[in-house]
Design a protein around this ligand. Sequence first.
Ligand SMILES: Cc1cc2nc3c(=O)[nH]c(=O)nc-3n(C[C@H](O)[C@H](O)[C@H](O)COP(=O)(O)OP(=O)(O)OC[C@H]3O[C@@H](n4cnc5c(N)ncnc54)[C@H](O)[C@@H]3O)c2cc1C
Length: 394
Amino acid sequence: MSKDVAIVGAGPAGAWAAYSLARRGARVVLIDPSHPREKPCGGGVTGRALELIAASVAGQSLPTCHIHTARFLDSARARCAAVRLEDRPADRQPDLIVASRAHFDGALVAAAIDAGAELRRSRATDIRVERDGVRVETREGALRAACVIGADGANGLVRRRVAAAFRRDQLSIATGFFAHGVTSRELVIEFVADPPGYIWSFPRPDHLAIGICAQADAGFTAATLRRRTAAWLDKTGLARGARLEPYSWPIPSLNARDFDDLELAGPRWCLVGDAAGLVDPITREGIFFALASGQWAAETLAAGLDPAQYASRVREEAIVELARAAKLRSMFFAAPFLGLLIEALQQSASLRAVMADLVAGRQSYATLEWRLLKTCEVGLGWRFVTSSLTGRGA
Ligand SMILES: Cc1cc2nc3c(=O)[nH]c(=O)nc-3n(C[C@H](O)[C@H](O)[C@H](O)COP(=O)(O)OP(=O)(O)OC[C@H]3O[C@@H](n4cnc5c(N)ncnc54)[C@H](O)[C@@H]3O)c2cc1C
């Protein structure tokens, strides 16, 4: 039987789109062969992401580590600063949890199935958008639907069929290790200028997710980046005694001009989450944008509206902010800024509050520069203001 919507990919974007469509009465098929599975990811899920899904998945019910502190390191100068994240009462969504993606994505897929979506455990091998519907070929046969949602990640098939694959300079490589047998209660983050970005350790109940990220065209191979991460682990001692399982994975990482030109929807199709390129180019937070865009696509299609309206909503509610982050990116990870940051964090409680909000996904880039200026950390604030006015990161 033909469906109203076929969704390719059951990560957060596809599973949440399926849930949102099915509970509005749409006939939905969710196509993905991979579950149950872990996905290479920090697994940091911010309060704003948890709020979106609160009606069906409670962050508190997942096996997670509740994070109380983010520690920022400057190992070259042997300095560090700890930022305390807000303690929330048990009945409120936490500011940040770190979840295994097997558990988090599994809970979203279960919610979609409970709401009435069909899970087809198969890989999509081709998509054809025709005048009267969409044909999806899978390894187990073809199926038809009125529309398709591409939720199949950064290198997804749907994007390649309905638009164009991301170029190398629009992707970053994230690589690192799952460190099994050790855990902790704090995030550890070290900003680095070369390659511009950060190294992280995110604790989960029985392991640490550790990684580094660089633009795919920056001249660093995954092997070089992994060696860099291993050296960092030796220096910090964070994963002593752990069994290290390596991973590498692409993340969309667009510049401001790319965001202006992004193809998000067309007749009978929408792209959501990583397949749409919706990842914060500074923090690399993608789970919130995956959930939000999945929900917006579902609301548009369930109401029988033109997919172009979904694209307009993404531009208004996400892309303005993501493009702002892209403009600030090169300044954020530049050595002079990083040099000021740790010392300022050690000294200023109001700057630590700004950082806590940034980590929890509560701080918009629109107000970040003025909030930094108000902390009286004039050097940091001024660099932000000049950078966003000149758009050096674009
Ligand atoms: C190392 C790393 C660390 C990260 N850390 C964080 C973090 O801490 N917090 C955060 O918010 N974001 C983080 N991100 C980004 C985040 O992982 C993504 O933005 C998020 O997973 C996007 O969700 P999605 O549903 O769009 O795609 P995905 O989660 O990539 O899901 C895509 C799904 O599509 C399926 N699929 C692919 N091709 C096909 C096909 N042909 N047929 C059927 N199914 C298919 C795959 O099996 C997969 O299940 C990180 C990313 C990486 C790589």
